[in-house]
Design a binder for this molecule. Structure first.
Ligand code: GLC
Ligand code: CA
Length: 576
């Protein structure tokens, strides 16, 4: 194994959702000049790298995950020159920067799809159901003949955002043509056909375009998608809780060949560029396959995020992930929040009056699960748990991601008028799914302007709740017990203490101590002359005794330890 420092094995990466982070020109939408202004804040926070959600030209029907031009910057975010400036500023500050690529689908405003739509198709009743139309520009997408003489979709696939995953092409008079194109997400996001060599070559070009500009790595959107099962079979009926359930458009073997091609492109560079895959694949042994030596460097372990507030389940997730990733010599990648899921504070908050150990709802993309977002929740408990889970995450071996605003302990916002909501998941389900706007509300930076210093006026693309005034970064900055300062302290220690850093061959990454339903307890052994650090988290309802002589390194809150005991919903780092 190369001894070269592989930063991505232990980096803490900060996810910036560009429209929500900071607004430089005062139009109410975050942008690149806004991000550049906050580089000192990010440096002080202590993260190693930034990842930006899509910054490309887009009609923004899925907040930029619908790309119309992969090689330019959307004007609402700025210019290509702004972006190059951001890369330079980030590097200047000693951090790395990653962008996001969306290969499963394009926008319907992408020139390829516009060209395909201009290509007239005939409503020919003699064509059998599911026949593929792959002439000319349609060869880049999935266009199939519908069932029942073309009047019904080709199969039973459902869009992640609600409704069928197929839309019928119409002729100039608006009549159906019997031909349907595939969109696993919104109808404005047609799926690309990855068996098509032109599609593959084009995306290798996109990678090089951004790598050539100095991007250090790329997050891959829907990394478990892209390949579709041969013959487009129906989805099997969902049996509740069946871990082997697999829809024929997820985690197909064909996808690995694509990642091998991409890895070869990343390896052409010096230093080699890296990938992190959005891999929503449950069984750890399956998701680890994306991390084989010639595929992706890292992939999100979403199980840590979706685990209920129970030490036993969290520990199972950690041990499974570490075991399977070890087989691939790949680091684990931890995450508690992103732009698709409820803020941790709200997710961990029990519904008032309900069983404390009830499974926390992820509020994620899965619209087939009805999530109760109307019952009031105990956000105080939620906040304690979010702090504890963050501290535990930052003690685990591997790389970690922090989503913008997570370091401020922001909660999910539900109070958004329907007409202001933007997520297609809300609109396509007629509001049954609350959607993801609630974790995308513009960040509170200070208390000077009406937008809490998101910009210098009152313009905001989504409204901020009143109580966020108390959570503003400037307010937390001067409170030593704030979540912001907890995050800063944890990240500082991570850099100073070798035990929390990269794994060395001869030292075990982690040693488990006490086990139980509601106590998580592990040691990161001493290495490189530093001291060992122990992390204990209490997910139960009773205080947990700690060893007398273990000194406290950092506790998740000022009330975490009382009379030498770790209180419920808290975690602590200890010197061993
Ligand atoms: C990923 C993104 C999500 C987006 C979807 C479609 O899951 O994280 O925000 O809506 O892909 O691109
Ligand atoms: Ca702006």
């Amino acid at each position: 194994m190369s001894r070269q420092f592989e930063w991505w094995r232990e980096a803490v990466v900060y996810q910036i959702y560009p429209r929500s982070f900071a607004d430089g020109n005062g139009d109410g939408i975050g942008d690149i000049p806004g991000i550049r202004r906050q580089i000192p804040y990010l440096k002080e926070l202590g993260v190693d790298a930034l990842w930006l959600s899509p910054h490309y030209v887009s009609p923004m029907l899925d907040a930029g995950y619908d790309v119309a031009d992969y090689r330019n910057v959307d004007p609402i975010f700025g210019t290509l020159a702004d972006f190059e400036g951001l890369i330079a500023d980030t590097h200047q500050a000693g951090m790395r920067i990653m962008c996001d690529i969306v290969p499963n689908h394009t926008s319907w405003e992408h020139p390829w799809f516009i060209e395909a739509l201009a290509h007239k198709v005939e409503n020919d009743q003699s064509v059998p159901a599911k026949a593929r139309y792959a002439d000319g520009p349609w060869a880049r997408y999935h266009l199939l003949r519908g069932q029942a003489n073309g009047t019904l979709p080709p199969n039973n696939w459902i869009s992640i955002f609600g409704g069928p995953a197929w839309d019928e092409l119409t002729d100039d008079q608006g009549a159906g043509t019997g031909w349907w194109y595939l969109h696993i997400f919104d109808k404005s996001q047609p799926d690309l056909d990855w068996e098509n060599q032109e599609v593959r070559a084009e995306f290798r070009g996109h990678l090089r375009f951004w790598f050539d500009r100095g991007i250090d790595g790329i997050r891959i959107d829907v990394g478990h998608g892209l390949a579709k099962a041969e013959g487009y079979p129906d989805c099997p009926p969902i049996k509740d809780g069946d871990p082997t359930h697999l829809n024929p458009y997820w985690d197909q073997d064909g996808v690995h060949e694509i990642w091998r091609e991409w890895r070869a492109v990343a390896d052409e560079y010096e230093p080699a560029r890296i990938f992190v895959g959005e891999i929503w694949v449950g069984p750890a042994a399956r998701s680890a396959r994306y991390l084989r030596a010639d595929e992706l460097h890292t992939g999100f372990n979403f199980g840590y995020m979706t685990a209920p507030w129970q030490a036993k389940e969290i520990r199972n997730n950690i041990t499974n992930c570490l075991r399977e990733n070890d087989v691939m010599n790949a680091p684990a990648t931890w995450v508690l929040e992103n732009h698709d899921c409820w803020r941790a504070v709200t997710r961990y908050a029990p519904i008032i009056g309900q069983d404390e150990t009830a499974r926390t709802e992820s509020g994620a993309l899965d619209i087939t699960k009805t999530v109760d977002w109307k019952s009031p929740r105990d956000l105080e408990i939620g906040a304690k748990r979010a702090r504890a889970a963050l501290l535990t995450m930052l003690a685990l071996p591997g790389s970690s991601y922090i989503y913008n605003g997570q370091e401020l302990g922001l909660d999910e916002v539900f109070d958004i008028p329907a007409e202001q909501r933007q997520d297609p998941a809300f609109h396509n389900t007629g509001g049954v799914s609350v959607g993801r706007d609630g974790c995308r509300v513009p960040l509170p930076w200070g208390t000077e302007s009406a937008s809490l210093d998101f910009n210098d006026n009152d313009k905001l693309w989504l409204p901020q709740p009143k109580h966020w005034k108390n959570l503003a970064a400037s307010v937390q900055d001067s409170d030593e017990h704030s979540m912001l300062n907890l995050t800063r302290n944890a990240l500082k220690l991570r850099h100073e203490q070798p035990a929390l850093g990269g794994v060395v061959d001869h030292v075990p990454a982690i040693v488990w101590k006490r086990s139980g339903k509601s106590v998580l307890d592990f040691i990161r052994p001493a290495r490189n002359g530093g001291r060992a650090i122990r992390c204990v988290m209490n997910t139960g309802t009773k205080p947990v005794r700690l060893r007398k002589n273990d000194g406290i390194v950092l506790a998740s809150s000022s009330t975490a330890i009382v009379n030498g005991k770790l209180t419920p919903n808290a975690s602590v780092w200890l010197w061993v």
